[in-house]
Structure formats: C-alpha cells, structure tokens
Design a binder for this molecule. Structure first.
Ligand code: FES
Length: 162
C-alpha cells in the first residue's frame, strides 16, 4: 500500500513528464531513485497514471537490467566480472565483499538493508581493472584489502548518519 506522500511524489514525477506514456522509462528511473527499487504498488500506480496496462509497465521494468523489482541496500556494490577485471582477480574481491557482509549470490542484500552486492559484466572502465562501483561511484584497481577497507568506511559513514 502506498502512502499519500508516496502517491504525491509519484504524481509529481509523472506530472513533470506531462503524463506522457513515452516517458515511462524516465519515470520509472526517477521512481527507482526514490525507493532504490520498483515496488509493485508503484508500478500499478504509474500504469494507472499513464493510462497504460499494468502488464506493459511491468514488461518495461523487467526488460531493462537497470531496473530492480527487489529491494536493495542503501549501498549497492557492483563488482565487475568482465574479462579484463576477471583476469586481474575480480573473483577474490567479490568473495571478500560477500564474506565481509555475509551475503551470497542467492541472498545479495544484508538483513539491515545497508548493502547489496551484485556482479556486472563490464562497467566500461576496463583500463582501471579490477573495478567495482558503490552507488555508481567507481573504485579502481581493487584488492581484497581495499574491499575490506571500503566496507569498514561505508559502515562508519552509515553509523555517523544515524
Ligand atoms: S571488464 Fe571490468 S570494467 Fe570492463
């Protein structure tokens, strides 16, 4: 169930795109920014607002890799496992992140909803391999030590915000 506040926010997003059906991707992007994923209720609300079928909006949301229908952590860590990163040792780095956070491929998000660890096939920064991103900020030439330090730093950052 969406709150009135959430509906108002989504109305404002749709309004800024003049309720154009062709802007559905941009609208979903903005809504995802708000929630860090696309809740089912939000998809239904957008479908209604844009006068599109729920199936159509759901289809768009599942087609594009950048959209997520699952809740994600505050910090989304993407570990590149493209060829350049793989040959420079991306797997031990991915394993270090997962070990530090107690997550896995099947359960990528921590219970406190602070971290999600994912893999991607290429972040387009092969010259900086092995690479990971945290909420789209690139971290170059990663090592397992850097991965452990990064988690420590992000945990401190999160604790200071509370
Ligand atoms: S393979 Fe990792 S950035 Fe391209």
């Amino acid at each position: 169930m969406l709150t009135q506040d959430e509906m108002n926010k989504m109305d404002a997003i749709m309004q800024s795109h003049e309720y154009q059906q062709t802007a559905v991707i941009a609208i979903l992007q903005e809504v995802q920014k708000e929630y860090r994923y696309l809740p089912e209720d939000a998809l239904c609300y957008i479908a209604k607002g844009l006068k599109l079928s729920e199936a159509k909006v759901y289809g768009v949301a599942t087609f594009y890799e950048n959209f997520s229908l699952e809740p994600k952590g505050k910090y989304v860590i993407k570990c590149c496992d493209g060829t350049a990163c793989h040959v420079r040792g991306s797997i031990p780095i991915l394993e270090e992140f997962r070990k530090q956070l107690g997550v896995s491929e099947k359960k990528p998000t921590t219970d406190d909803m602070l971290f999600t660890v994912e893999t991607v096939s290429c972040l387009g920064a092969c010259g900086l391999a092995p690479v990971c991103t945290v909420n789209d900020v690139v971290h170059a030439a990663m090592t397992t030590k850097k991965a452990a330090d990064l988690i420590k730093q992000l945990k401190e950052e999160a604790a200071n915000e509370n």
